[in-house]
Write a protein that binds this ligand. Structure first.
Ligand SMILES: *Cc1c(COP(=O)(O)O)cnc(C)c1O
Length: 540
């Protein structure tokens, strides 16, 4: 247990926070993790505050058009529960002063989060849009957002007069904060080298994406033009982030210690950044979830008193079925197996893997023996992702009574699905899924994971005991070979394990549900994760 009196004060920087479904400050897993983290910080009463951005329009709403393809739309949101701190900080972007108003949010039983907002009359029209859309733009506009988060974030901490011991960058977006820390030290007389060295002692970093292209980089010219050098020269910038300037590389070089978000991901990340000189060590601290946010109390209660866990599960399942009927007009059957799947629509997640062999899957879907509820968004600027969504939507037309796609994935959908499905399917190309926290939500709700051994699952999986793995951890650079291998393995486990157990051995199923909860509810709870962050990253 942590001794709260001696803990360092931590400022946690993140581009997005998923605190509540309709508070649209999040896009996906990164934000959910950050929101859960700040809630658990409150539960445990640890000295940690969040820094983020107040998004005018949040992330895109992605719905399915009449032609069956997804389209994005943006809306202005206003919230009456944000507290005006009265603080304003100014950052220089494109050689203009941009004023950022600071809001504070602690309404969701979370430790305070300070949100920077440029949509105020002091700024010109272009600058007011810097905090317009979360991940809405690339290049210059993204750099502007990152200047606000990083440099604006440090300035706001100074205004608050807090003595921050540790600056935690959750993902590389916040890395410019370190340039402000360096600048402060150089202004008080230290050399660049010494300022960098001292800054490194204060910074820790969490890396999230095992996909090379997912690690954002910018040209040095663009950074210079936008004003992101923050007083450093070109050569110093290149030494920090390379050319082009990679945000992850920079964060690894500006931090004392880093972590990946699962043990397998730590191995992957260390391989990925093996040749990066002067970087911090990357350890593994596995992600977790805020249990009160995601886990159904009826299930927990039934588990704790050894009560009727099936009954509690069926209540959740019926609620999900009612939710689906209300949204899509499809009435699923509560006595038939229900598979839940919701992921960001990215190719490596292979959302449509289960449809690969029609001769196998079609009879199961037509008879209703298998029902699948999908959800997920593609990135608004990624046509491949949108094609995947379009393909899933097409499947709902082919199997109208047993395949459903819930549009505009958000926390409410995530909650309903990870409570009400019977199994939670996950079939990424290993090792590209960093963590996969939705599986933890499912596991603690007694929803059995059926997953590739990727992300968190290798740490939890007891095959046929608390869920199932398939694929045996196979990896291959030959994508066709890998997909074929995993697809065969998926059908094998569904046909020979999941379906027979569900329909013919409910007793074993229920036993597995209990083991699923038992084996995950402590280790994958946010409380464990916070303790590990303090013990392994924050406390020296
Ligand atoms: C839990 C959750 C996620 C993260 O889950 P993954 O397993 O990483 O995909 C993303 N979005 C929403 C809305 C969630 O509830």
């Amino acid at each position: 247990m942590l001794d709260n009196k001696k803990l360092p004060l931590v400022a946690y920087f993140c581009m997005e926070y998923g605190l509540e479904s309709n508070f649209k400050m999040y896009a996906g897993g990164l934000g959910i993790l950050a929101g859960d983290y700040l809630k658990a910080a409150k539960d445990l009463n640890v000295p940690l505050i969040g820094i983020g951005i107040k998004w005018k329009q949040g992330y895109s709403d992605q719905c399915i058009g009449d032609d069956g393809t997804p389209y994005d739309s943006y809306h202005n949101y206003t919230y009456d529960f944000l507290e005006d701190t009265g603080i304003k900080v100014t950052v220089k972007i494109r050689n203009r002063d941009v004023v950022c108003k600071v809001w504070k949010i602690e309404k969701f039983r979370n430790n305070p989060i300070y949100l920077l907002d440029t949509d105020i009359p002091e700024n010109n029209g272009e600058d007011r849009w810097i905090t317009g859309q979360l991940y809405g733009w690339f290049k210059e506009e993204r750099i502007a957002q990152e200047i606000v988060l990083g440099i604006g974030g440090v300035k706001l901490l100074r205004e608050l007069g807090l003595n921050i011991d540790v600056y935690h960058f959750n993902e590389g977006h916040a890395v410019l904060a370190a340039l402000e820390l360096i600048k402060e030290k150089m202004q008080s007389g230290y050399s660049f080298e010494e300022a960098w060295r001292q800054t490194r002692e204060e910074v820790v970093f969490t890396t999230h994406t095992p996909i090379i292209q997912g690690n954002e980089s910018h040209t040095i010219d663009a950074l210079g033009y936008m004003g992101a050098f923050n007083g450093l020269n070109r050569e110093q910038m290149v030494r920090i982030g390379g050319e082009p300037f990679n945000m992850t590389v920079a964060a690894l070089r500006l931090s004392r210690k880093s972590n990946a978000v699962a043990q397998l991901h730590a191995e992957t990340a260390n391989k990925m950044w093996k040749t990066t000189s002067g970087r911090s060590e990357i350890i593994g601290i596995t992600n977790a979830i805020h249990v009160p946010t995601w886990v159904d109390e009826r299930v927990t209660k039934a588990y704790e008193i050894d009560g009727d866990i099936w009954k509690a599960h069926m209540e959740n399942k019926k609620e999900l079925i009612a939710f689906v009927e209300e949204k899509n007009g499809v009435k699923l059957d509560s006595d038939k197996l229900l598979i839940g799947f919701s992921r960001r629509a990215a190719p490596y997640k292979r959302s449509d893997l289960i449809f690969t062999k029609e001769e196998i899957i079609a009879p199961l879907l037509k008879s209703g023996k298998v029902q699948i509820v999908f959800s997920g968004k593609g990135h608004p600027l990624d046509d491949t992702g949108k094609k995947i969504v379009g393909k899933l939507e097409k499947m709902t037309k082919e199997y109208p009574n047993s395949v459903v796609f819930l549009q505009n994935y958000d926390m409410n959908i995530g909650r309903a699905l990870t409570r009400g499905a019977d199994i939670w399917l996950n079939n990424p190309r290993r090792p590209l899924e960093a963590s996969g926290t939705s599986g933890m939500k499912a596991a603690m709700n007694g929803v059995l994971n059926c997953s590739i051994l990727d992300g968190w699952w290798p740490e939890a999986c007891q095959h046929k005991i608390n869920g199932w793995q398939f694929g045996d951890g196979f990896e291959s650079d030959n994508v066709e070979e890998l997909d074929k291998h995993d697809c065969d393995a998926l059908y094998d486990v569904i046909l020979n394990e999941v379906i027979p157990t569900y329909y013919e051995n409910k007793e074993k199923w229920i036993e597995m549900m209990k083991t699923s909860i038992k084996s995950t509810r402590e280790y994958f709870s946010m409380n464990r994760m916070i303790e590990e962050y303090y013990e392994k990253l924050y406390i020296k």
